[in-house]
Design a protein around this ligand. Sequence first.
Ligand SMILES: Cc1cc2nc3c(=O)[nH]c(=O)nc-3n(C[C@H](O)[C@H](O)[C@H](O)COP(=O)(O)O)c2cc1C
Length: 390
Amino acid sequence: MNKLSSKRKLKSLMYITVAGYGAFTAIGFYKGNEKFYKNYFMPVIHLLDAEKAHNLAVLACKYRLFPKSHYKDPEILKVKVFGKEFPNPIGIAAGFDKDGKAVLGLRDIGFGFVEIGSVTPEPQPGNQQPRVFRLMQDFAVINRYGFNSEGHDRVLERIKDIKGSADSNIIGVNLGKNKTSSDPIKDYVNGIKKFGLTADYLVINISSPNTPGLRDMQSKENLRKLLAALVETRNSLPVKKKPPLLLKLAPDLSHQERKDIADILKKKDCKIDGLIICNTTVDRPKSLKCAEVKNETGGLSGAPLKSMSTRMIKEMSELTGGMPIIGVGGISSGKDAYEKIKAGATLVQLYTAMVYNGPPIVSKVKKELVELLHKDGFNNISEAVGKGIH
Ligand SMILES: Cc1cc2nc3c(=O)[nH]c(=O)nc-3n(C[C@H](O)[C@H](O)[C@H](O)COP(=O)(O)O)c2cc1C
C-alpha cells in the first residue's frame, strides 16, 4: 500500500514538473520574453543543424506562430526615405526569407521592412549541404548557400498577393543571378522588369561571396556597364512611381575600389538611389574563437562584421556626399544600430542576431535606440543620420 502511494506521488510530481515546464515555455514564448528566448528557447533550437533551424524559423513566420510584438513604434522611429514612410528603421536583411514566404510573420515580430531574396531568374538549388554554420562563441554565422531560390515567377506570385492585401508592409526585393547564367546583366534587367511594378525597392546584389565571379561585377568597368543598363530599365518601367534601386556592397573592397564605385554613382546614367552596406565578409578576423568552424568557405556575418561594416558606411557616406544607406552587419543592440545611423545609415537591417536571440531582438533594438535618441535630444531618428561616430 505504502509502495503504491509513493509511486503515485512520484508520478504526480513528474506530471506537475512536465506541466510546469510546458506552462513556462508557453508563457515565455507567447510573451516574447527576451531572456526566455536567449537562455532557454534558442539553445534548444541550436541543437538542430543550422539550415534546419533556419527553415523552421521561416515556417514559424509563414504560419505566423510567433506572437505579435507588444511594442508600439513611437513617432521618433518613423523614417521617410525612398518615397516611403517606414514605421521603424529596423529591417530583416536579405537571406532569411529568400522566397518571400515569411513577410507577414516578420512584420508581426516588429520589423519595419522586409527584404526578401536573393531571388534568381530561374529556380536553382544552391550549393550542397551542409552550407550554414554557427560560430556560437563568436555570435557569428558562416554561410555558402549560393543563391538557393524558387525563382522570379514563384516569388513574384507570393509578394503580389501580400501587396494586394490591406495587411501589406514595405517589401524590398534583392536580386541575384543564376549560377550558370551566360548574361548576368540580363538576369538583373529581368529582375527589375519582373519586380519593378510590385516591390517597394530593388537591390542589386553583386556582393555575395558564394556565386563564382559575382563580386567581379563590382569592378569599375563592369559596374558602369551594369548600372547604366539597370537605371535605363528602371526608368522605362511603365509606372509613374519608379522603384528605388539600391546596390549592395561587399566589405572586402579596397579603399580604391570604394572610391571608384562612388565616382561611378555620381555619373548621370548610373544614378541609383542608395547603397546597402554590407554583405558578408570572406575575411576571417584573428579574434574568431570557433577554430573548428572558422575555416569553412563562405561569408561571415554577425558580431565580427560589426565595426568593419560601420567603418565602411562612414567611408561610403563621405565618398558619395551622403547617399541614403541601409546599414547592416553585426547589429544586436540599440547602440549597434545607433552607431551605424550616426555613421550615415538612414535605415538598418539585421539577420545573425536573430539566430542567437530570436524574435525579441527586434523590440529590444528599437527600445534601446529610442532611449539613446532621447538622451541625445533628437526628436526624430533622421536627425541623427551622419552625426558622427565616437
Ligand atoms: C544565412 C545567410 C544567408 C544570407 N543570404 C543572403 C542573400 O541571399 N543575399 C544577400 O544579399 N545577403 C545575404 N546574406 C547577408 C545578409 O543580408 C547581411 O548582409 C549580413 O548577414 C550581415 O548582417 P548580420 O551580421 O546582421 O547578419 C545572408 C546572410 C546569412 C547569415
